[in-house]
Each structure stands twice: as structure tokens, then as C-alpha cells.
Ligand binder design. Structure first.
Ligand SMILES: Nc1ncnc2c1ncn2[C@@H]1O[C@H](COP(=O)(O)OP(=O)(O)OP(=O)(O)O)[C@@H](O)[C@H]1O
Ligand SMILES: [Mg+2]
Length: 358
């Protein structure tokens, strides 16, 4: 187990900086997710931590010890690659034993530790099989066992679930998370999937073109995104043009489509270029008659489109001023969606927030 510090790191490929002076701290025992779109530098950060590439500037430390110049095989990292990278001609047992043999661990210890690890990943009966005779999910668990068996200081997972179908990936999410908690190992998980990042992580680092946009807990990054980029990347958000009349402490008074609306200021100051971020579940349609008296955070709207999603219905609306708003209405308990074209009153949660437009 170890805290990981990345300090002011620059990484270049062929002279071109891909990471330019970035820092992050990954707490001891944390499940830390690096999230971002394709090409933003996620794998580059992982390779930097693993020691597969050296920074042009800056420092990487495990548990306070500088490892910047330490080669990969001396860093004590267990890594699961996106394509698993199993040895095709070696049995499951030998794949998992690989790191122990490289460390000259005695044979009797190898048998015991590989056996225990295969049991933990629920592959006890598969020791003699070749990787080609396994399903995708089983191969993934072999790769995980191979990374864990060396009892690494740090576990690095590069999109390990993206090759699995959706149902299997969902099951593997809790499996990976349970194992990580058992071992208590500091884990860096890379994904482009915002939902996986929100459900699995203690902390999330959102990247934007090689830079760190925001590091926060899943709840914080979802509800208090630092920028319109962060708001948009993490879940569906309405990002509306709005005029804040005044910001007092944490409350911003705004005007939207002629109505008064209170929102969380989210660190925004008067004069900042901002948008109002309303998550799809932070707006609801009031029962007919319930919104007749008007009042704060209530807006008149017209229903433009309904989309049935199974557990919920997405309702698209046009506000009086012309802006579009989308919300999610759970189905069940006799909930009925309004008719397209009908006039409704929408209530906006005061928990919605301003975000800087960047
Ligand atoms: N060996 C290399 N030589 C030159 N450029 C590279 C090299 N590896 C990566 N890059 C570039 O560096 C940038 C970051 O790449 P990286 O692989 O870290 O992205 P990523 O976030 O992991 O993307 P993905 O989600 O597609 O795996 C990209 O623009 C990529 O084209
Ligand atoms: Mg990658």
C-alpha cells in the first residue's frame, strides 16, 4: 500500500508535450479513477506511474519515496492491461505465477499464493487451462490474479472492463471493487466511462487534453462540476444561459425565462461567464394545478417530446423564453407522462448549480 504523488510532471512524445506540468496525489488505499475522452492522456499517466515511460520533468513518488528513475520491474506495480496481455502458451497457473518466478519466490510459496489468488478470483478449477480456453470475463480475472499475486504496492488497471459485454462488465465492477477492498491496495483505474467512474471510485480525476480538470469524490464532481466541460462529461446536464442577479454566500439568485430561480453558486463570482447546470433529475413536472401560484424555481414550459426509457421517461420541454430543457421522470406507481404539446409547470431543485463556462 502506498500513497502516489505525481508532481509537476511533463511527458513528451517525439518532442511534443502530452502532459504539461500536471500534479495529482492518490491517497493510500484509494480506488482512484482517471477519467476522460479518448486521447486525453489516461494511459500516459498510467505508464508514467508504472515506470514504462520517464517524464521530461517532474517527480513520481510511492509512499514518499522518489521512484522517478526506478525501472518498471522494480516499482512493485501490478498492472492489468486493456487487452489483458496473457501469455497464450502458458497455463492459467503459470500466467499467475509469472511475477513470483521473476522474483525467485520458492516453489512451495508459489503454489500456495497462486492457489489462494485463483480461489479469490473464483478460478480455482482452471489452473491447467490455456487462456484460449477461457471466456473474456475469466481471462480478465486471470489478469487480475496475476497483478495481485505479487502483493503490489500499487494496482494499475487500464480500461480492464471495456472488452466485456455490458452485463458482465457490471458484475465485474463490484467484483473488482470487493477485491480491491480486501487487499486494501492503492488502485489507479482508467476508464472513459463516466458511469463506471461514478459507481466504482473513491476519487475521480477528470482529464482534459493532458491536463487535470478536476479531482473530487464522485458526488462532488457530479453535483459541483468545476466547468461546463466537467458538467457535460459526467452525466446528462442541461447547461442553460442565465443571468445571475446576485450571489450571496453559496446561493445565486438567477433569472431564467422570466422566473426567479435560486441555485448553488458553486464557487462562481459576479461577472464570471457562467451557465446554469440542471441535471435531468433536478427538474420535475408539477401535478396540474400545483404550480398555478407561481413562485421561485417554477417555470412555465411546453412539452415537445417524450422518450420511453423503460424505468423512466425522458421529457423534452421548451421554456417560455425559448430555451430547451430535458428531464427524467421515473415510471411506476401510476405515473403518467404529459402529452406532447401540453403546457406544464416545471420545478427546478435549488440544488442545481452555476458552472464556469470553460
Ligand atoms: N508512443 C506514442 N507516440 C506518440 N504519441 C503518442 C504515443 N502514445 C500516445 N500518444 C499520443 O498521446 C496522447 C495521449 O495518449 P493516451 O494513450 O495517453 O490517451 P488515452 O487517454 O489513454 O486514450 P484512449 O482512451 O484512446 O486509450 C494522444 O494524443 C496519443 O495520440
Ligand atoms: Mg488508453
Amino acid at each position: 500500500m502506498a500513497r502516489i504523488d505525481i508532481d509537476d510532471v511533463v511527458v513528451t512524445y517525439g518532442g511534443r508535450p502530452v502532459i504539461d506540468g500536471q500534479s495529482m496525489t492518490i491517497p493510500d488505499g484509494c480506488f482512484f479513477t482517471i477519467l476522460g475522452p479518448s486521447g486525453c492522456g489516461k494511459t500516459t499517466f498510467l505508464r508514467l506511474i508504472a515506470g514504462f515511460l520517464a517524464p521530461a520533468r517532474g517527480r513520481v513518488a510511492f509512499a514518499g519515496r522518489d521512484v522517478t528513475r526506478l525501472p518498471a520491474h522494480r516499482r512493485d506495480c501490478g498492472m492489468v492491461f486493456q487487452d489483458y496481455a496473457l501469455f497464450p502458451d502458458r497455463s492459467v497457473f503459470e500466467n499467475v505465477a509469472y511475477g513470483l518466478r521473476a522474483r525467485h519466490v520458492p516453489e512451495s510459496d508459489i503454489r500456495r499464493r497462486v492457489g489462494a489468488c485463483l480461489e479469490r478470483v473464483e478460478l480455482a478449477g482452471f489452473a491447467d487451462r490455456l487462456p484460449a480456453a477461457l471466456s473474456g470475463g475469466q481471462r480478465q480475472r486471470v489478469a487480475l490474479a496475476r497483478a495481485l499475486v505479487i502483493e503490489p504496492l500499487v494496482l494499475l488497471l487500464d480500461e480492464p472492463l471495456s472488452a466485456l459485454d455490458a452485463r458482465l462488465a457490471a458484475g465485474m465492477q463490484s467484483f473488482v471493487r470487493d477485491i480491491q477492498r480486501d487487499y486494501g491496495v492503492t488502485t489507479v483505474f482508467v476508464t472513459h466511462d463516466q458511469r463506471m467512474a461514478l459507481t466504482m471510485s473513491d476519487r475521480v480525476a477528470l482529464l482534459r487534453a493532458g491536463g487535470v480538470e478536476q479531482i473530487a469524490s464522485p458526488r462532488e464532481i457530479y453535483h459541483r462540476p468545476r466547468s461546463t466541460y466537467a458538467a457535460d462529461f459526467l452525466g446528462a446536464a442541461n447547461l442553460l444561459a442565465v443571468d445571475p442577479d446576485g450571489i450571496r454566500g453559496e446561493v445565486a439568485q438567477c433569472r431564467l425565462s422570466g422566473a426567479r430561480l435560486a441555485a448553488h453558486a458553486n464557487g462562481c463570482r459576479p461577472g464570471d461567464a457562467v451557465r446554469l447546470c440542471i441535471r435531468e433529475e433536478e427538474a420535475r413536472i408539477l401535478a396540474p394545478g400545483a404550480g398555478d401560484q407561481g413562485g421561485d424555481n417554477r417555470l412555465a414550459a411546453t412539452v415537445t417530446r417524450l422518450t420511453f426509457l423503460g424505468e423512466a421517461t425522458r421529457v423534452e420541454l421548451r421554456l417560455q423564453g425559448g430555451a430547451a430543457l430535458r428531464l427524467i421522470q421515473p415510471n411506476g406507481f401510476g405515473a403518467t407522462a404529459p402529452e406532447p404539446g401540453s403546457a406544464v409547470t416545471v420545478e427546478i431543485s435549488p440544488g442545481c448549480c452555476l458552472v464556469r463556462e470553460v
